[in-house]
Ligand binder design. Structure first.
Ligand code: FES
Ligand code: FES
Length: 158
């Protein structure tokens, strides 16, 4: 039997009836058409589906839509403001932290939550904290560079 949920997605209130087994990633992509959140594995391993739930980075293939009831979800579509890229998005662009871009939304969501908590991360810490986000293209070097630069840009803008 469907459940009624009310949550905030990218700053807008959303109310919907969802099946109890519907994953949050399916709700975002299929119900709300927010397809910037990608599905790479569907088994909580690749991080492509990462979004913010009340400011924390979570894998949206690993949580039910019903569990987001009453909470605030931010997806990659909600990161830019007034036509300006979020500092972490801008750093990925400047540092060439992407190639095919499939992993990038999840990387940006993980990295921005991480940098909000710990702006002065070391390279080793970035590498350790990003171990739940997989990239098949870049070799990670420019991603790490982007996260370090994005963290400093976020700090400067805070
Ligand atoms: Fe969620 Fe891979 S699709 S972790
Ligand atoms: Fe292609 Fe990361 S840029 S998977």
């Amino acid at each position: 039997m469907p459940l009624s949920i009310s949550l905030t997605v990218n700053g807008k209130p959303v109310t919907a009836n969802v099946e109890p087994h519907l994953l949050l990633v399916q709700f975002l992509r299929e119900n709300l058409r927010l397809t910037g959140t990608h599905v790479g594995c569907d088994t909580a391993q690749c991080g492509a589906c990462t979004v913010h739930l009340d400011g924390r980075a979570i894998k949206s293939c690993n949580i039910l839509a019903a569990q987001a009831d009453g909470l605030e979800v931010t997806t990659i579509e909600g990161m830019s403001k007034d036509g300006q890229l979020h500092p972490m998005q801008a750093a990925f662009k400047e540092c060439h932290g992407l190639q095919c871009g499939f992993c990038t939304p999840g990387m940006v969501m993980t990295a921005s939550a991480l940098a909000a908590d710990s702006p002065d991360l070391s390279e080793d810490e970035v590498r350790e904290q990003l171990d739940g986000n997989l990239c098949r293209c870049t070799g990670y070097h420019n991603i790490v560079k982007a996260v370090l630069e994005g963290a400093q840009n976020m700090k400067a803008r805070a």
